[in-house]
Ligand binder design. Structure first.
Ligand code: FNR
Length: 188
């Protein structure tokens, strides 16, 4: 069995440290996880006016989530919360009413920032949204990554053994979380 993981990088920055972190997480993930990024950058700002007929970007987002067994969120922290671009993507995915893409979906939340807080408040804020969307969150371990650029190599490896352990453990636990959720709630 392999699990298909869709992942969101909640940043529109061309030099996103959270995209760098996504490469490192994929590099350290168990072999039975397959990863596809779910892009958010071309989504218009959501409005209920679109509910009648979603534009291609909105449909592509919902199709990509539906094709995933689980979803991983990498969030930057903007002003102690999640970036608007990520919130916009969550709002698209939750609609139209009655067709919430995150219902019962196994998910995990992580993020990196240059500060010592390591996106703790953004992650908490994201968890609140995902709770309301009825996603099945991995609650532990948490990982608040204080980003130090020097330790991340292009291929996803990291030169800090402690960080390597954190990333490996986090992804192993996510894999086990996905398996547990899908045992009870198989995706059709
Ligand atoms: C930030 N940054 C930031 N960092 C943090 O730890 N807590 C915060 O509340 C904020 N607030 C904030 C607001 C805005 C508008 C910007 C542009 C930045 C810094 C942020 O962590 C840093 O820019 C990261 O590089 C953002 O992640 P990506 O986009 O590089 O993945």
């Amino acid at each position: 069995v392999t699990y298909q993981v869709g992942y969101f990088v909640g940043s529109l920055s061309s030099t996103s440290i959270n995209r760098t972190l996504s490469k490192a997480l994929i590099h350290h993930a168990p072999d039975d996880l397959r990863f596809t990024e779910i892009p958010i950058k071309d989504l218009p700002l959501y409005s209920p006016d679109f509910d009648e007929e979603f534009p291609p970007e909105g449909r592509a987002l919902k199709d990509a989530i539906a094709a995933s067994d689980a979803v991983l969120f990498l969030t930057p922290e903007y002003n102690r919360s999640i970036p608007g671009a990520l919130k916009n993507a969550l709002d698209w995915a939750s609609r139209p009413y009655g067709q919430n893409s995150f219902d019962h979906m196994p998910v995990a939340v992580i993020g990196a920032s240059p500060s010592g807080i390591g996106t703790a408040l953004a992650q908490q804020s994201l968890r609140g949204v995902l709770s309301y969307c009825n996603a099945r969150q991995m609650t532990a371990p948490e990982a608040y990554i204080t980003f130090t650029p020097d330790v991340y190599a292009e291929d996803g490896s990291v030169s800090d053994p402690e960080l390597e352990n954190v990333l490996t453990d986090y992804m192993q636990e996510f894999r086990d979380h996905i398996e547990r959720v899908l045992t009870v709630l198989p995706r059709s």
